[in-house]
Each structure stands twice: as structure tokens, then as C-alpha cells.
Ligand binder design. Sequence first.
Ligand code: NAD
Length: 296
Amino acid sequence: MQIAVLGAGSMGHGIAQVSAMAGHDVVMRDIDETVVEDGLEGIRSNLQGGVDRDKLTATEMDATLERITGTTDLEAAVADADLVIEAVPEDMDLKRDVFADVEAATGGETIIASNTSSLSVTEMASVLERPERAVGLHFFNPPHLMDLVEIVIAEQTDERTETFAVDYVRDLEKEDVVVRDTAGFASSRLGIALGLEAIRMVDQGVASPADIDESMSIGYGHPMGPLELTDHVGLDVRLHIAEHLREELGERFRPPQSLRRKVRAGKLGKKTGEGYYVWEDGDRVGMSGEWGEDDE
Ligand SMILES: NC(=O)c1ccc[n+]([C@@H]2O[C@H](COP(=O)([O-])OP(=O)(O)OC[C@H]3O[C@@H](n4cnc5c(N)ncnc54)[C@H](O)[C@@H]3O)[C@@H](O)[C@H]2O)c1
């Protein structure tokens, strides 16, 4: 089928890639020409990595690349699309505008999906004249390596749209989970709950960040402990989501003061060199010195 991906940033180019790998024709649209070029280059480089590791052949790589085109023209991108997936920045007003623009430029049957990781798909859908074709398709980063897609069912989503979304995700050979449109869906809500509790335990001096992480990675088989994951995602990003969940779901998501303090100090995790760990050249080289100091 014909798919349009709006936004060619971190997520958009990955979603375009996995869609094209499944045999779909994809147009990737960004407002910035350079981002379109970088996105196409990112896809090429991911696919080349796959060829180098014998995950796909050079012929499959070429065929995948041929199915993807880039543009800055919204109408050209969405006019013939069966499915439009937006991966523009996480801003409700922007996403509502994008939904409305897409509806104006496509046929009435086109499914309109959002890759939002936290915002209400119901609220986005409410700008549409035909909101029953809206759905959330929450991919994980990076889409070509992560097997899960959360399918978020808005209040307005109808059965045809839900079935369409499930079929699309299975066609990508990814695992689908279907969740109702509630704050944090399933993954962020549980992930943040674990992350915040791990931070409180660090603050209370229960154990070091590394030992708390190992209790989950080795004891529970998580690929990464909750504090290291917080450093990977970014303390600022996690704080932002926690604040949103607190607003929607209550005090159990209240972010610990230590998290706010680190964010204010610019200790945002891997990307700035320090969070709950110290990082050098992308490697974990030690633990941040500050732990066991707060007992809120
Ligand atoms: N980064 C992650 O780990 C992650 C994981 C899951 C979901 N998400 C969600 O995916 C979405 C995109 O996040 P990202 O990290 O890829 O952001 P990003 O900033 O890397 O990319 C967003 C892109 O959208 C472009 N853009 C802005 N307005 C546009 C418009 N009107 N039309 C088309 N393109 C437009 C920007 O130029 C930018 O290149 C967000 O909703 C985010 O919450 C992100």
C-alpha cells in the first residue's frame, strides 16, 4: 500500500524504513529539506548496516530504497496515501494542525495515525470530520530494531481502523499491543512508574544506581535497568512525561526532587555526559557521585 510518513526526524525516517522493508511504497515528508536528505541517508546507512551483518541482501536494500521518496510537499506526500503516520514534534497544537491538513488533502478512507508517545490521540482525532479513522501507532526508538508497536485506540477509533492498524503492524513483523487512549498508554506508564521508584530508592540510599539496575537487569531479565534507561532516554524527557502522568493520573507519578535538580543542573544523562551515571564517548564509565542524599 501507499504510506506517507510526516516528519523525517529520529522516528519518522525509521518508520519509513520499516514500512518500505515490508514492501510498502513510502513518501517521507518534512518541512525541512535538509532533514529529508538526512533521513534518507539515515535509512541508507541503517540498511547498509543490515547488509554488513547479513540481515538482508544488497538487492533487498536497493529495492527498499527504491520504494522510499522524500519531499517537503504535504499534498504530494499524502494525496494517494492509504495510511498517513505523523511523527512531528510532541506538541498537541502542531499535531492537531497536521491532522486537519492531512484530512483536507486526502480521501475520506485514509487512515490517519500518530506516533505520539504521550499525547491524547482522542484530542487529535477531534479536529477531524471523520475521526473514526484516527489511531495511535506508537513505535519505539529505533523503529528498525525495536519489535513493539503500541496501537492506541482513541474514543472515536472504529473497528475498521483498529483492524487496519493491527494488520499493518503484523505485516511489519512487529508485535502489537492494543491499548485504550489513556495517559502513558501501557509502556510509558509502567516504565515511568519503575523509573521514578528506582530514583526514590537511589535518593533514600537503598542501594547504588548500579546495584538497583542489576536487580532488574539480572534479577528480572530487563535488557537495561531503570536508571540506565533514564540516562539513555534523557532525564529531561522522563521528567516531562512524569509531570504529564502526575497531572493525568495523580500523585503517584510525582517526580522526585533529585530528578528536577539534575535536570536544572543540565545533567540530562548520556547526551550531556552525566545523569545517574557518568558517560564518556557514549560509554558508561562510572556512577554519578550524588546518591543517598535525599529522603523525601
Ligand atoms: N524519539 C523517541 O525516542 C520517540 C519514541 C517514540 C515516539 N516518539 C514520538 O515521535 C514523534 C517525533 O519524535 P522525534 O524524536 O522523531 O522528533 P524529531 O524532532 O527528531 O523529528 C520531528 C521532525 O518533524 C519535523 N516537522 C515539524 N513540523 C512538521 C510538519 N508540519 N510536517 C512534517 N514534519 C514536520 C521536524 O522538522 C523534525 O525533523 C513525537 O511525537 C515523539 O513523542 C519519539
